[in-house]
Design a protein around this ligand. Sequence first.
Ligand SMILES: Nc1ncnc2c1ncn2[C@@H]1O[C@H](COP(=O)(O)OP(=O)(O)OP(=O)(O)O)[C@@H](O)[C@H]1O
Length: 222
Amino acid sequence: MIEVKNVTKVFNQGRPNEMTALRDVSFEVGENELVILKGPSGSGKSTVLSLIAALQKPTSGEVIVEETRVSKLPDDFASLFRREKIGFIFQKFNLIPTLSVFDNIVTPLIPEKLSEKELEAKAERVMEEFSIAHKRDDLAKNLSGGEQQRVAIARALVNDPPIILADEPTANLDAKLAERFLEYVKRIKEEGKTILIATHDPLFFDLPITDREITLHNGRVV
Ligand SMILES: Nc1ncnc2c1ncn2[C@@H]1O[C@H](COP(=O)(O)OP(=O)(O)OP(=O)(O)O)[C@@H](O)[C@H]1O
């Protein structure tokens, strides 16, 4: 369960370039729900995701994820929380271009000090599931957009986190690959994940599998 309670986020507070990105935003995402966060560019969608992932702190208000008050977490605990609970699919994938597909995917597992065999098994599972196993030794920089996206999804899921946050996941994809991503979302939901997708891609609007759509405009829920 994700609870966003009366969250306001002000960037550069007290400076001439002060910017209120979110104003008194409240909503909930229940366990195993798929929620679509809509709104035009600049409306605050990425900021919401980063607050839920404890990558930033709200200026006021609270964010509670599975009973953890993430808006108050010290940084050390925030990275631990992310590792255990959150799979984040970044808008620009954030792969390490000079590492192979396999090495990118196992990055989140490094702190867990798993044996080589355990590492292999976990990576193999997600590489197979997202049809990228045949590229395991290719460098990320040599992959197509759709392949990079599959690696980003595999990396977000390799830890088997209960919550998936996706930021404009289809922004760089053609229509066919976007459809395929939607198939992945359906599968992940069937696996029991809680999913929040920030997007302005109409492909995600009014889907039968969606539990709720939330629209942001100028940092407010409308
Ligand atoms: N670190 C930051 N410093 C200053 N302003 C920021 C920062 N991050 C975001 N903003 C501003 O906050 C507002 C909301 O940004 P955000 O990235 O959350 O919007 P978005 O809805 O995700 O947009 P897009 O769809 O284009 O990704 C924007 O005006 C942006 O310029």
